[in-house]
Design a protein around this ligand. Structure first.
Ligand code: ZN
Length: 316
């Protein structure tokens, strides 16, 4: 009996001890778990905080960059916006007898719209070309290159100030460089875009590919570069009328006039390719006749390229 009782007492004590251990263990579990979780969460918060600081820094840098850009462009954008609108409003007057009352229309209604475009400038002929255009009160489009000398910059400003459209024709005009890769094309694009912006305050909206979009020099499919421009909301313009002044032979005035005017009556939109280049003296000589014969055509207006101009593309 004695033994039995003591055995039972031992068993109870063991049970109590076991129970105590379980209680202690459970209590410990409940203490350790939250602490462990807290440590993990604390680590996470720290990591997120780090990311937040990084993001804030990035945002700040972006804001600063935007502010700098706006400041750089800021002095001039109103004239730019104005000049573009001015172009639209004043251009219709040119040669459109009685057609120009409709100021509300962005581009005047006419059966035939003609766009004179000059590639490769500025050149020693720029001023003469501008004077001729002024005489006839006609606005044109100059697809310029990145020429950094003082004279060229002065001419570039002159083109803009006299209300013509300033388009991009690449910075370097070196086919091998411009078309080497998308990166090269993009770098050249930003150079000519900034060159125009810095010197005229104009954010150019149009581009003419060196050699046109149908050139056979680029190894890369021209659609790739066309897509790049589209992504940047830049329209590219080829031509459907060529004066022929881009060839190796210097054409005479009569031929240039013929080439430039022959097919206008067939097109709703005629984009005429000409060159503002030092080697193209006959283009300047032919220009007054070209303009006069276009102005004499029925229901035909000469306009600068704007964002409302129907583009002509060699590739589709
Ligand atoms: Zn060219």
């Amino acid at each position: 009996m004695e033994n039995e009782r003591s055995f039972q007492g031992d068993a109870r004590r063991r049970r109590v001890r076991r129970l105590k251990r379980m209680i202690v263990l459970t209590a410990l579990m409940w203490m350790i778990l939250p602490v462990g979780l807290s440590i993990v969460l604390f680590g996470k918060v720290r990591a997120l905080n780090g990311q937040l600081v990084e993001t804030q820094g990035y945002l700040q840098r972006m804001e600063e960059a935007i502010a700098r850009q706006e400041q750089a462009a800021g002095e001039e954008p109103p004239p730019e916006q104005l000049s573009r609108k001015e172009v639209i409003v004043t251009a219709p007057v040119a040669g459109a007898d009685g057609q120009s009352e409709d100021v509300s229309a962005v581009e005047p209604e006419a059966a035939h719209k003609v766009y004179l475009t000059f590639d490769d400038g500025p050149s020693k002929y720029t001023e003469e070309i501008l004077d001729i255009l002024d005489i006839y009160d006609v606005k044109a489009t100059f697809f310029v290159l990145g020429k950094e000398n003082e004279y060229s910059i002065e001419m570039l400003k002159e083109i803009a100030e006299r209300g013509h459209t300033v388009g991009m024709h690449s910075y370097s005009h070196k086919y091998a460089d411009v078309y080497r890769s998308v990166d090269d094309f993009s770098a050249d694009f930003y150079k000519i875009y900034s060159y125009i912006l810095e010197n005229t305050g104009i954010q150019s909206i149009c581009y003419r590919f060196p050699g046109g979009s149908s050139n056979t020099i680029s190894d890369i499919d021209m659609h790739v570069f066309a897509d790049f421009l589209a992504e940047h909301e830049i329209e590219f313009y080829d031509w459907n009328v060529s004066s022929g002044d881009g060839g190796s032979v210097l054409l005479d005035v009569d031929t240039l006039v013929q080439n430039s005017t022959r097919d206008i009556a067939r097109h709703e939109t005629s984009i005429i390719l000409m060159h503002d280049a030092a080697s193209r003296s006959t283009t300047v000589e032919a220009l007054p006749q070209i303009i006069e014969s276009i102005l004499a055509m029925e229901d035909t207006v000469i306009l600068p390229i704007t964002e409302d101009t129907t583009p002509v593309h060699h590739i589709h």
